[in-house]
Design a protein around this ligand. Structure first.
Ligand code: SAM
Ligand code: SF4
Length: 330
């Protein structure tokens, strides 16, 4: 199977991030407003529709799929969906991003179903701050989930942390120590202005450079040319070879030139760029052409030609895309 998808700028698109639900058991302050309205059931793709789209995109040349959300692990039937997608001929890897709350019970079944790598969000090691950031989250449950993931047999477990001044910037060094103890990687992410979360993001904005400077005050950092195929830039710690530190800097270091991905919302909208509104409604076509994929394939190719060159977040800026991150498949 040698299909290749290209956008209008010649970038090869082989990575699909699929949101399997817009719902979540947390309400992280950077991702959601306190009171959210979620999609009515009939607007949400069924598991069969998600499977059909995954199959179609792998046929078109997608080699890596990341399931995300919302919280993917609160979608009923998620383990079977993973098993079916992981078995698609031509797919190189199925990976997932989760908040970790359900991993205590699901890590092993997911690894057995064929999920290769697991990214887990962890913004604080202080139970009260953790709850304040996630609004609902229980830190111990997530730490148990991380332990379960580490012993479940995934090829890699990685932590993700969105850094905000006045909330968790003072925890960066503690989180690095935790990653070192766990012998796993950790990425620090700049907050993106997606959706109106009911507070000004500017004052909490923390650049990757500031995070790096803080880590460098404690550890000798070695620049690394390693690239996991994504937007993170990595450094290694001279004395801790098992842990890499990633920096994801959508605001301060634009990485669009090497973009290889598109996103699918759980409504079946293909988002061509996280930071722009360009999109294709695939749900309508899915439900209209139940047995014929060709109209969908034609529409995808046409849409890819309109994939924007880049996003233009301004650091610490206000909302530029009205969509919340839980809708985008972060
Ligand atoms: N619920 C899962 C989780 O939290 O890992 C998966 C979905 S979440 C939308 C995916 C990733 O997006 C998480 O690592 C989260 O920290 C990140 N994220 C959410 N909103 C963000 C924002 N406004 N800016 C930067 N990262 C954000
Ligand atoms: Fe839920 Fe993940 Fe968004 Fe937090 S970042 S509210 S865990 S979807």
């Amino acid at each position: 199977m040698n299909a290749v998808m290209q956008d209008g700028f010649g970038r090869q698109i082989d990575y699909l991030r699929m949101s399997v639900t817009d719902r979540c058991d947390f309400r992280c302050v950077y991702c959601m407003a306190k009171n959210m309205t979620f999609l009515p059931r009939q607007q949400v793709l069924t598991l069969e529709e998600l499977q059909r789209l995954a199959t179609l995109f792998v046929g078109l040349g997608v080699r890596k799929i990341r399931l995300t959300g919302g919280e993917p692990l609160i979608r009923p039937g998620i383990v079977d969906l993973c098993r079916n997608i992981a078995a698609l001929p031509g797919l190189r890897e199925l990976v997932m991003t989760s908040n970790g709350s359900q991993l205590g019970r699901l890590a092993r079944p997911l690894a057995e179903a064929g999920v290769k790598r697991m990214n887990i969000s962890l913004d604080s090691l202080d139970a009260q701050k953790f709850r304040a950031i996630t609004r609902n989250g229980d830190l111990d449950q997530v730490l148990d989930g991380i332990e379960a993931a580490r012993s479940a047999g995934f090829e890699r477990v990685k932590l993700n942390c969105v850094v905000m001044k006045g909330r968790n910037f003072d925890e960066v060094l503690g989180l690095v120590q935790y990653a070192i103890r766990q012998r796993i990687d950790i990425s620090f992410i700049e907050e993106m202005p997606l959706g109106d979360v009911g507070r000004s993001r500017g004052e909490a904005f923390c650049s990757s450079d500031e995070v790096r400077t803080l880590i460098a005050s404690r550890h000798r950092l070695l620049d690394s040319a390693e690239n996991s195929g994504g937007p993170a830039r990595y450094v290694r710690l001279e004395r801790h070879p098992d842990t890499r530190i990633g920096f994801i800097s959508p605001n301060s270091h634009n990485f669009c030139g090497s973009c290889n991905r598109v996103r699918m919302t759980v409504e079946g909208t293909l988002l061509l760029c996280l930071g722009q509104d360009d999109a294709l409604d695939l749900r309508g076509l899915l439900r209209r052409y139940l047995l014929d994929d060709q109209p969908l394939i034609d529409a995808v190719h046409k849409a890819l030609h309109a994939k924007p060159l880049r996003h233009d977040f301004n650091p610490g800026g206000e909302v530029q895309v009205v969509r919340f991150m839980n809708m985008s498949g972060g």
